[in-house]
Design a protein around this ligand. Structure first.
Ligand SMILES: Nc1nc2c(ncn2[C@@H]2O[C@H](COP(=O)(O)OP(=O)(O)OP(=O)(O)O)[C@@H](O)[C@H]2O)c(=O)[nH]1
Ligand SMILES: [Mg+2]
Length: 313
């Protein structure tokens, strides 16, 4: 364990790949590996790239990586596909679009799907990002498809979130409803070579007025043609500027603290649910009546009595 943790810290990509497999397969030493490496995290710039299917996220990622590489930074990419029964095609597509970086050992690419992942994709994803962070990669990009709840969870891991939209994609309202508009730090109108850019910009601006008041960061709206590499430097400049702001201001600390609070709360909940569920099963199976409110109250009371001072031990 010492060995693999040390090798990950040394930036060995093969060790990193193995460590991520430990996470996905719930290897018995997964927890120890994560605890060993946690003190060495917090350095990478974690960037979430989200947007509806086909918006051009992978093409954008490909273009952004080129710029970061020119700046001398190393980059890790997590391509997340929660719709994994069909992921074969999508991930293969990503691989094709990212082949520009195949030979580059300053770029590490990993795809993750829900298939086989027991503890939820966002957990596995977060842990994989931590390993990448600990391995010394400067930027870690997380690409997620769609704008649903699991994407939202995954995005909350990021320091900086970019929402990729495209003309006539019709996804602005959907993103707004899903709560992504509120958490996006940078808006990218990709496929700016297609008609309808100004209309889309207007829609985004209108909705932004509703969500962003008195914040110290005003989310920029940028235009790109990812397939031609247009607008990439500008996007990287804004993402870097956002990171710089997080580092300088208290916003970054607040963000990490609230992320930590959320994560710790969730882990406690998971542990609690695991411990109480046998009791719940038993009570429900033998229930002779009563409503769920009564049952929940009774079970909780019994749980506390039985566990006593040993709660959570
Ligand atoms: N015209 C135009 N097409 C683009 C642009 N960027 C990407 N595309 C095309 O849009 C399609 C989808 O691009 P991807 O980069 O795979 O999009 P994605 O958002 O990663 O797609 P999923 O991962 O499947 O959700 C591809 O056929 C790209 O060639 C662009 O700026 N202009
Ligand atoms: Mg993609």
């Amino acid at each position: 364990m010492e060995n693999i943790a040390q090798r990950i810290r040394n930036g060995e990509l093969r060790a990193l790949a193995r460590g991520i497999s430990y996470i996905e397969n719930h290897h018995e030493q997964k927890r120890e590996l994560l605890s060993t490496l946690f003190p060495h995290t917090g350095r990478a710039h974690i960037v979430g790239i989200t947007g509806s299917p086909g918006a051009g996220k992978s093409s954008l990622v490909n273009g952004l990586v080129k710029v970061w590489r020119k700046e001398g930074k190393t980059v890790g990419i997590v391509a997340v596909d929660p719709t994994s029964p069909f992921s074969g095609g999508a991930l293969l597509g990503d691989r094709v679009r990212m082949r520009d970086h195949e030979e580059d050992d300053g770029v590490f690419i990993r795809s993750m799907g829900t298939r086989g992942s027991l503890g939820g994709l966002s957990e596995a994803c977060k842990d994989a990002i931590r390993l990448m962070d600990a391995s010394g990669l400067d930027v870690v990009l997380v690409e997620t498809v769609g704008v649903g709840q699991s994407e939202l969870d995954i995005m909350k891991i990021a320091d900086t979130i970019a929402l990729v939209l495209y003309p006539s994609g019709g996804d602005v309202i959907q993103a707004f409803k899903a709560g992504i508009m509120e958490i996006a730090d940078v808006f990218v109108i990709n496929k700016a070579d297609l008609p309808g850019v100004n209309q889309l910009r207007g829609e985004v601006e209108d909705l932004l007025h509703l969500t962003s008041e008195d914040k110290d960061w005003k989310p920029p709206i940028l235009e790109t043609v990812s397939t031609e590499g247009k607008g990439m430097w500008e996007v990287v400049a804004e993402l870097n500027a956002h990171k710089a702001l997080l580092t300088q201001s208290t916003t970054g600390t607040e963000r990490r603290l609230s992320q930590l609070e959320e994560e710790v709360t969730r882990r406690i909940k998971e542990q609690f649910v695991e411990e109480i569920s046998p009791l719940v099963k038993e009570e429900v199976a033998h229930a002779t009546g009563g409503d769920p409110y009564d049952m929940a109250g009774r079970i909780y009371k019994r749980f506390k009595e039985e566990k006593g001072a040993n709660l959570f031990k």
